[in-house]
Design a protein. Structure first.
Length: 178
């Protein structure tokens, strides 16, 4: 009986070690320009034919103030498909981060809040609000109360997010002019 328990323990230990090794090696995959699998999944939800994403600008300025904006170019087999812009905006509760995907003409394909640590104004993260930005471009007003409706209980955060998306479109437009 004792020999059987020892063999069983060795087998279970070996299986556990192999599982751990497989898990660790999957976490340390070769680094593609996509970075993590989650990043690839997020980009491909918006740009299904994307095969590469590369950071092209960090620390860009939005609204004339330096911030932590990161612009990445999304490419497919046919060339540039669009851009991903992540930036920090500041509401009354404090700063939060937004992500805007734009096509190569500068029209919003998707806008989202990627981190919102505050209790007040959390509804700004809801798709009912963020989906209003889809299809907006430089010629659209992108103003709260005109073409964007605020979320009840998140009016200030709604305004700040709206300004952030509008400024992101202008930033991409300026970048493409150069």
């Amino acid at each position: 009986m004792r020999k059987i328990l020892i063999r069983l323990t060795l087998i279970v230990t070996a299986i556990a070690n192999l599982s751990l090794l497989a898990f660790v090696s999957s976490c340390v995959e070769s680094k593609s320009s996509f970075g993590t699998g989650g990043e690839l999944t997020a980009v491909r939800r918006v740009f299904p034919s994307a095969n590469d994403i590369a950071e092209i600008t960090q620390g860009a300025q939005i609204s004339g103030r330096p911030d932590e904006t990161v612009i990445s170019e999304i490419k497919g087999a046919s060339g540039v498909l669009g851009y991903r812009v992540e930036s920090k905006v500041v509401s009354r509760s404090g700063p939060f981060r937004i992500r805007v995907f734009l096509d190569k003409q500068g029209y919003v394909k998707q806008a989202s809040v990627i981190s919102y640590p505050w209790k007040r104004g959390r509804d700004v993260r809801k798709p009912a609000f963020t989906s209003q930005f889809e299809g907006k471009g430089l010629k659209d007003p992108i103003q709260l109360g005109k073409d964007i409706d605020a979320m009840s209980g998140a009016t200030i955060s709604s305004r700040v997010m709206t300004e952030g998306v509008r400024d992101t479109i202008k930033l991409i437009e300026r970048m493409n002019e150069k």
